[in-house]
Design a protein around this ligand. Structure first.
Ligand code: ZN
Length: 434
């Protein structure tokens, strides 16, 4: 990333990705990941069409070249090349002439929002269709015979997943996931893609205790495939965050993991509270984005979700109104900052175990007592005592921060110091589930 305001960079990236017709498979998805890779290199994984992933089958690749409805005089009335929301995503091919009476069953519009084109998909049932504004629909002539063309096909290929892995001092991982499958829609979810890849760049540039794994995956089938392929190493995941709809309006909404008290839930609350701005925290519910898969009972990863106004609660959701003007550089930059703060809190937080749990260890003989501290050595005795008192393999530093009324960063520094003096160790992630 070159110099300049990250919000402006992210907004420019969104404008560039906007015209590409993405789906859960296909060339638009790969082209988008290639563009994101210019910000930070992304490792691609191809999951073959027909592969069984958990209870699902990876579908064939969808290739869309053209789609239109033309009048008998050859004038294109609905044209995919003008807006890629015009074609039902994953539409089967069609070449036919028909009257409106027959065409009508294949049209989707929004009577309540007559100027907007809806976004519709049909990944898992074979259909063809067009999405158009209600105004366009009302202008169609029942007496006309229309030429209807969808030039698409389905190929044996693969579904593309993208990953950025940033190894830290420890193998324990933070998973940051965003879906990649929506065509020309900006808040849902180019905002997530743009913010995630910029976060990866920023985190790559600084020292890390934890390992960070950024996942760019088509919604539902992508995260399911990734979980199926990575089942053996999921025990390393300390927590995670799904990013979506962060470029629009409204305060942040944090949706808790299904566990409700996972490390990411503590971190999100702490970081969002520390901003001093209003935000919403909502419990887990089994609809939404890929937190559903990560939090399913067989995985139960502590993965929460960060959004601004969530999907379905803003009128432009899943319509042509979710365009580059709907998202702003300022909202994107602020999301980048807020999510950085949540990840930073996760990075600092940990559960410790005292190696000297019976009585307090003698700090003075280790140079850790204030009165004896050497010159220039910052000894935060209060924080050392709080960390030691709760290094019981159960309390996390964020819980100690709340009990002590001390900032997490101070406690984390104290824990680092105690760890260097072999007075505490960080517990493995498996013991940090509360
Ligand atoms: Zn969506």
């Amino acid at each position: 990333m070159s110099d300049g305001d990250p919000g402006t960079h992210m907004h420019a990236l969104i404008r560039r990705l906007y015209p590409i017709c993405r789906s859960i498979t296909g060339p638009g998805l790969r082209e988008s990941l290639a563009i994101l890779s210019e910000v930070h290199p992304i490792r691609l994984m191809e999951v073959p069409s027909g592969a069984k992933v958990l209870d699902w089958i990876v579908p064939k690749e969808w290739v869309i070249r053209d789609a239109f409805i033309a009048s008998s005089r050859g004038q294109k009335i609905i044209d995919f090349k003008e807006h890629n929301l015009h074609v039902l995503n994953y539409s089967t091919p069609v070449r036919a002439h028909m009257r409106l009476a027959e065409l009508d069953a294949h049209l989707y519009s929004l009577p309540q929002q007559p100027s907007l084109i809806p976004y519709r998909t049909s990944y898992y049932s074979e259909q063809w269709g067009f999405c158009l504004s209600q105004r366009q629909r009302e202008a169609l002539d029942p007496a006309e015979t229309y030429e209807v063309v969808i030039d698409s096909d389905f190929q044996d290929g693969s579904m593309t997943l993208g990953e950025i892995v940033l190894p830290g001092a420890r193998e324990e991982e933070i998973l940051v996931s965003t879906h990649t499958c929506h065509p020309s829609l900006c808040n849902d979810n180019l905002s997530g893609m743009a913010v995630a890849v910029h976060l990866a760049t920023a985190i790559a540039a600084r020292p890390r205790r934890l390992t960070y794994r950024f996942l760019f995956a088509p919604g539902t089938i992508g995260s399911i495939a990734w979980l199926a392929l990575n089942e053996g190493r999921l025990s390393q995941i300390r927590g995670g965050l799904v990013i979506t709809s962060v470029g629009g309006k409204g305060e942040f909404t944090y949706k808790r993991s299904r566990r409700g008290d996972a490390p990411i839930d503590r971190a999100a609350r702490y970081a969002l509270q520390a901003r001093g701005l209003p935000f919403k925290e909502i419990p887990f519910h089994p609809y939404g984005y890929d937190e559903r898969q990560f939090c399913s009972p067989g995985f139960d990863l502590g993965v929460g979700r960060i959004s601004r106004t969530p999907h379905g609660e803003y009128p432009e959701y899943h319509t042509s109104g979710d365009d580059p003007d709907f998202v702003s550089a300022a909202a994107l930059a602020d999301a980048f900052a807020a999510i950085s703060q949540i990840l930073e809190a996760t990075e600092l937080d940990r559960v410790c175990r005292s190696l000297n749990p019976k009585g307090e260890p003698q700090l003075g003989k280790r140079g850790l007592y204030r009165d004896l501290a050497g010159e220039g050595l910052a000894i935060d005795e209060l924080s050392l005592l709080w960390v030691l008192a709760y290094s019981d393999s159960r309390h996390s530093l964020l819980e100690v921060a709340n009990l002590a009324g001390l900032p997490l960063a101070r406690l984390a520094r104290a824990a680092d110091q105690l760890e260097r003096h072999r007075l505490v160790v960080t517990c493995p992630v498996s013991s940090d589930h509360g």
